[in-house]
Ligand binder design. Structure first.
Ligand code: DGT
Ligand code: CA
Ligand code: CA
Ligand code: ZN
Length: 584
């Protein structure tokens, strides 16, 4: 079992206990454990296999009885206690919890009072106005539930890239281990790095496709197999998303990979181009085309070969959206796209000093493991008391702690420097929430909006621009505030905000947290086109979240972003010089 799978079981136990109105403290201990497990850097199954329940108990947040439950999961893939809890309720009851705004208390209420145990039953009851008379409910909350059911139905159509990519990689790794498989990869929107994925398209090449399909249909990562044939398998991933595997012969590998990577718009443009060259292009290969008839195969084994056959260099998948990439390829103007290895550090992480879950030392160790040149710690500012924002005195203590840590890192000859930033709130009047006398302590300032959302786009735009022009700000954090599939961006005139950032020389963050991906690809491209700067940060609250940087890199690549545009590709010296110039 993976950590994500173990966490899901623990989370479900917490939900079920909540519905039972069990002791708050017990519920909380399961929730907390689920979070710890989901974010633990190593697979707990491996930890358990090596060191038994003792090793599990050594993890902060995991007590003795939790360690025993995790051990049972690691050993058997199941948990008796979980099964027993689940068996008390209809299997569809937990679906209700996925509706935004429907917590365990409300679910317990509608279940116990009205016997509602599925989404359909809930929608029906809301339409018939049967919810409004329940204790603590009213016409308004009934209306909200109907609205949220709709939102949920919408969001159910796509998944976040961050939820799909790890599964895609595990399935591909499994395929590559299969003896009959020559090559395997994921294609479709996942390979293009789109922020959300509709279904997952997998591809393999083999001389013995039926064997490969049969083996794949047994994958434990598949929740369900919908159809299994000799060259194609369809299944369902945990979470419900569909996955399709197609197995093609080696001479068609490149053509199939190209075709199923898409996008459809890119493929249409490419096929039109092929037709003009008297070629025809499909998922089997590139063929000569004369007198309305397909002739000899001219390419198909590799993608490079396919693009070369139509007179183009290979085009990176992230660019294949028909946004000018074919013309750029033809003219030899494809960008030198940013790569993960170009990044030298992360400038937006939290520690236990505010609302992070790891200490400064733990985050520094994680940065060292990843070979970073610098790590910028940016805690919340005083007015964000819900996130334990730092006042002047605590920031001063934080500065001292970081200075000591840096001295220690230097003594030990380690090439990592910790920078002290802050994630300062942009207050409703556009001022930047810096405690008096603290700006001098800081190496840099990120400014973000966290509170005082308003429906008035004019005011929100002006508020952010005021902050950008104040001279206090170096980086604009998660510029639109969106949470993918949960919360819309706050109403702003984004292009005006970005123009103001460019003008003020403020770097715009691509927040790489997979639920944010904020700024998006199209606007990242716009910032670069206007000569502005970007910064790719993870907003990590756990060490493992540092690995989310890859999602930010995918956004940037989809935005045609080249390394010099991104300030955290710069060596520390250049970064410090830039900051120093801004501070004059
Ligand atoms: P998704 O799954 O909605 O996130 O988006 P994609 O891009 O993965 O789309 P999907 O799964 O429908 O199809 C995978 C690729 O297969 C798509 O990007 C391009 C190719 N494809 C599918 N249908 C067509 C089609 O009708 N015409 C062309 N030219 N290509 C297609
Ligand atoms: Ca797809
Ligand atoms: Ca598909
Ligand atoms: Zn933030």
């Amino acid at each position: 079992m993976t950590n994500a799978e173990i966490a899901r079981v623990l989370e479900e136990i917490a939900d079920l206990l909540d519905i039972e109105e069990a002791d708050r403290f017990r519920v909380l201990s399961y929730r907390k454990a689920a979070e710890v497990v989901a974010n633990h850097g190593r697979e707990l199954t491996a930890v358990y296999n090596e060191g038994g329940t003792k090793a599990l108990q050594a993890i902060p947040g995991i007590g003795k009885s939790m360690a025993e439950k995790i051990a049972e999961l690691a050993e058997t893939g199941q948990l008796a206690y979980h099964r027993e809890l689940k068996s008390k309720y209809p299997p569809t009851l937990l679906d209700l919890l996925r509706v935004p705004g429907l917590g365990p208390r409300k679910v317990a209420l509608v279940y116990h009072e009205l016997g509602i145990a599925s989404l359909d039953e809930l929608a029906e009851a809301a339409q018939q106005h049967r919810l409004r008379d329940l204790p603590g409910m009213g016409a308004k909350s009934e209306e909200n539930i109907l609205h949220n059911l709709q939102v949920y139905a919408e969001s159910g159509k796509r998944s976040r890239l961050g939820d799909i990519l790890p599964l895609a990689e595990r399935l591909v790794a499994r395929l590559r281990r299969e003896p009959g498989v020559i090559a395997a990869d994921y294609a479709g929107s996942a390979r293009r790095g789109r922020e959300t994925v509709g279904d997952l398209d997998l591809l393999a090449t083999s001389e013995r496709p039926a064997e490969v399909c049969a083996a794949f249909a047994q994958s434990e990562e598949l929740e369900e197999v919908i159809a299994a044939g000799d060259t194609k398998v369809s299944g369902r991933l945990p979470g419900g998303r569909q996955v399709d595997l197609r197995v093609v012969p080696p001479e068609s590998w490149g053509a199939a990979l190209q075709y199923f990577t898409g996008s459809q718009a890119h493929n249409i443009a490419l096929r039109t181009r092929a037709q003009r060259m008297n070629l025809t292009l499909n998922e089997y290969g590139v063929f000569e085309f004369h007198d309305e008839q397909a002739g000899a195969r001219v390419a198909g084994a590799t993608e490079e070969e396919v693009y070369a056959a139509v007179g183009l260099p290979w085009i990176p998948p992230e660019l294949r959206e028909d946004r000018g990439e074919i013309q750029a390829a033809e003219e030899g103007r494809l960008p030198r796209l940013l790569e993960l290895g170009d990044l030298r550090g992360d400038l937006h992480v939290h520690t236990t000093a505010s609302d992070g879950h790891a200490t400064l030392e733990e985050m520094a160790a994680a940065a060292l493991e990843r070979g970073y040149e610098y790590l910028g710690v940016s805690e919340h500012s005083p007015s964000l008391y819900v996130a334990n924002g730092l006042d002047g005195a605590r920031l001063r203590a934080h500065r001292e702690e970081i200075d000591e840590l840096n001295a220690d890192l230097r003594r030990r000859g380690l090439g990592l420097t910790i920078l002290l930033g802050t994630e300062a709130d942009i207050l409703p009047d556009g001022s930047v929430d810096l405690a008096p006398g603290t700006w001098e302590l800081l190496d840099y300032v990120i400014a973000s909006v966290h509170q005082g959302f308003t429906a008035d786009a004019e005011r929100m735009t002006q508020r952010i621009i005021t902050a950008l022009e104040s001279g206090w700000v170096d980086i604009l954090g998660h510029p639109t505030g969106r949470i993918l599939q949960e919360r819309e961006a706050y109403g702003i005139h984004l292009e005006e905000v970005l123009a103001a950032a460019v003008k003020a020389g403020v770097a715009v963050e691509i927040n790489a947290a997979p639920e944010r991906l904020d700024l998006d690809d199209i606007h990242s491209r716009l910032v670069q086109q206007q000569g502005g700067l970007l910064c790719i940060n993870t907003d990590a609250h756990y060490p493992a979240w540092l690995d989310h940087l890859r999602y930010g890199v995918l956004v940037a690549r989809r935005g045609w972003v080249e390394p010099p545009t991104v300030i955290n590709t710069w060596p520390l010296r250049d970064l410090r010089e830039w900051l120093a110039r801004r501070r004059k």
